[in-house]
Design a protein around this ligand. Structure first.
Ligand code: 9MG
Length: 283
C-alpha cells in the first residue's frame, strides 16, 4: 500500500492509520447538546482535545462543522466555514498531524487547504456543485464516502439489490471521475459509509466484504465508531459502544483497511498495534 502525500506530511498506509473525530458542531453525533459538546465549540477546548488525540497516536484528525447524523439539520456554507476555518488555522499552527476536513463544501475545501489542511473527507463523494474541481485543485488526498439518500432521509428505508456490489460500483465511478479530474489514484480513499442509508444487516454485509474493497487497490477508510448499528446489535447507548467500535475496527484492520475513523483514539491505537504485531509475524 502506498504512502499518501498530505500537503507537507505523508502517511504510510501499509499500517492502519487512526483518524480522530473532532466535531465543531453544537449537535455533534455522540454527545449532542451536552455541556461538553458545547464547550467543544471553544477553540481552546478543541486544541486540547486534538492534542490529546495526537499524543494518543492519531495521525489524522478529522474536523467537521456540519453534523451528518441522521435527521441533522443542514448548515449554511458560511456557517460551516465560520466554524471550521479558525479551527484548521489553530490546529495547523500547533500540531504535527494531518488535518482532514469533513466537508462537501467546495469553498471550504479550497480555503482550508490554504490554511494547512492535509486531506479532504466528503460524505457526498464530491457530488456537490464545484466540489470535484475544487478538491482536485487542492492536490490533497480525498476520501469518497457512499451515502444512500441524505442525512435527513437516509435511514427511512434503505434498499439495495446487493449492497456491496452497489456501493462498490458507486465508489468506483466516483473514483474514476476524480482521476479524470486529475487526481492520482493513490490519493483517492474509498469509504462504504457505515450507517449512511444502511440497515444493520447491510452494514454487517459491507464490513464482511472489507477485503473486496481493499482489493480495488484504493486505500479504504471505515467509520463505525459509536454508530447506531451497535445500539441495534448490542442494545448499548452511545456512550457504551466502545467494544463494538473496537471489534469492527479490528475486523477491518485485519483485512487491510488503511484508515479507521474513531472517537476513542487511545483504545483504537492499541488495537491497531496488536493487529500489526500479529500481521508482522513470519514463521
Ligand atoms: C463525517 N463522517 C461521519 N461518519 C463517517 C464515516 O463513516 N466515514 C467518513 N469518511 N466520514 C464520516
Amino acid at each position: 500500500m502506498p504512502v499518501i502525500k498530505c500537503a507537507s506530511r505523508s502517511l504510510d498506509l501499509s499500517t492502519t492509520q487512526v483518524m480522530g473525530i473532532l466535531n465543531v458542531t453544537p449537535d455533534s453525533f455522540s454527545d449532542g447538546g451536552s455541556l461538553y459538546e458545547k464547550q467543544q465549540l471553544s477553540l481552546d477546548a478543541l486544541l486540547y482535545k486534538a492534542t490529546a488525540m495526537v499524543e494518543q497516536g492519531a495521525t489524522i484528525v478529522d474536523v467537521g462543522g456540519e453534523s451528518t447524523r441522521p435527521n441533522a439539520q443542514p448548515v449554511s456554507e458560511q456557517q460551516e466555514m465560520d466554524r471550521v476555518l479558525p479551527a484548521v488555522e489553530l490546529l495547523a499552527k500547533n500540531l504535527d498531524v494531518v488535518i482532514s476536513i469533513d466537508t462537501s463544501n467546495a469553498a471550504l475545501m479550497t480555503e482550508s487547504a490554504k490554511l494547512g489542511a492535509g486531506m479532504l473527507n466528503d460524505v457526498r463523494a464530491l457530488e456537490r456543485e464545484g466540489a470535484l474541481v475544487a478538491a482536485a485543485a487542492t492536490g490533497l488526498p480525498v476520501c469518497l464516502m457512499h451515502m444512500q439518500g441524505t442525512p435527513q432521509t437516509m435511514q427511512q428505508a434503505p434498499a439495495y439489490q446487493s449492497v456491496t456490489a452497489e456501493v462498490m460500483r458507486y465508489l468506483s465511478c466516483r473514483a474514476q471521475l476524480c482521476e479524470q479530474a486529475g487526481m492520482m489514484a493513490g490519493q483517492i480513499i474509498l469509504d462504504p459509509g457505515f450507517g449512511f442509508g444502511k440497515t444493520l444487516e447491510q452494514n454487517l454485509q459491507l464490513l464482511q466484504h472489507t477485503s473486496a474493497f481493499v482489493a480495488t487497490g484504493y486505500p479504504l477508510m471505515i467509520g463505525t465508531s459509536r454508530k447506531s448499528m451497535f445500539g441495534q446489535l448490542l442494545a448499548r447507548e452511545v456512550a457504551d459502544r466502545l467494544a463494538g467500535s473496537l471489534a469492527t475496527g479490528a475486523y477491518a484492520g485485519m483485512q487491510g483497511a488503511a484508515i479507521v475513523r474513531v472517537h476513542d483514539v487511545k483504545e483504537t491505537v492499541d488495537v491497531v498495534k496488536v493487529i500489526e504485531a500479529v500481521k508482522g509475524q513470519g514463521e
